[in-house]
Design a protein around this ligand. Structure first.
Ligand SMILES: Nc1ncnc2c1ncn2[C@@H]1O[C@H](COP(=O)(O)OP(=O)(O)O)[C@@H](O)[C@H]1O
Ligand SMILES: [Mg+2]
Length: 237
């Protein structure tokens, strides 16, 4: 039943992605013209804003492209992602939300490159899902701290996203990663974030798990195989 739910979801998403990709292509063209104008007029301020918009549009294009392949399950060219940039991109994209919720973020960039197989946009999507869930869970908490940690062990890397929110009730734990499972009010949660994240991480040969202390917070851990590098240095925490 879950596979059937996901399959029809995939088709719906591919339809939306197809509709969205045309205006996204038009936006790209208009942005290119605007950048030319800004350059001609030597307007660095507008140029800067346009460059930011460019990044957002690129991301939209990458996401809609991904949604289309999601339905067809076609294999993509193998890619590699570097975790520090994946994490900082994800944080940048949810920054406004974290600020709006008054969340303090604790994160120390790993001091060496950690490479994993996979499309960086997919991994950003996973982290964005975990971070927005963490922010939602802390809405009514007196202390709002989001911690992101990376640790390396035995050819694997662990990314832990921990919050000081409400935690997960024991009764919800078994269903948390199911499609359309949400404890949020209608209109706020679709219940797809964790199930999509679960699928993306599994496709990369990894896993995702949760530990919760109800009333004190939750910790989600993503484990991914590291791409072997020539250098092997010591631990990064
Ligand atoms: N950090 C968290 N703390 C507490 N509960 C969480 C956390 N992350 C996810 N959950 C629970 O898992 C459910 C499913 O999450 P998700 O699949 O992202 O869907 P949604 O966020 O749309 O509800 C949430 O409704 C919530 O009950
Ligand atoms: Mg969510």
């Amino acid at each position: 039943m879950q596979a059937a739910k996901l399959a029809s979801l995939g088709q719906a998403l591919a339809g939306v992605a197809h509709e969205v990709s045309q205006p996204v292509a038009a936006l790209t063209t208009h942005l290119a013209s605007a950048k030319l104008l800004a350059a001609q007029r030597q307007d660095a301020e507008i140029g800067g804003i346009l460059a930011t918009m460019d990044k957002v549009v690129d991301r939209l294009a990458a996401l809609t492209g991904h949604l289309k392949t999601f339905a067809r399950k076609q294999s993509e060219a193998p890619m590699e992602a570097e975790l520090a940039s994946v994490i900082s991109n994800a944080l940048e994209l949810v920054d406004h939300r974290l600020k709006a919720f008054g969340v303090d973020t604790e994160y120390r960039r790993p001091n060496r490159a950690l490479r994993v197989r996979g499309n960086p946009v997919h991994l950003e999507q996973v982290l964005i899902n975990l971070i927005t869930n963490a922010a939602d869970a802390m809405e009514h908490s007196p202390v709002r701290v989001l911690s992101i940690g990376t640790a390396e062990a035995e050819g694997q890397v662990e990314i832990a996203v921990t919050d000081t929110g409400a935690g997960v009730a024991a009764g919800d734990l078994p269903n948390l990663f199911d499609p359309f499972y949400s404890t949020k009010e209608a209109g706020r949660g679709l219940g797809l974030g964790l199930s999509i994240s679960y699928g993306l991480v599994r496709d990369l040969g990894g896993s995702i798990s949760v530990e919760s202390r109800p009333g004190h917070g939750a910790a989600f851990t993503v484990r991914l195989p590291l791409v072997a590098t020539a250098r092997s240095e010591s631990l990064t925490v």
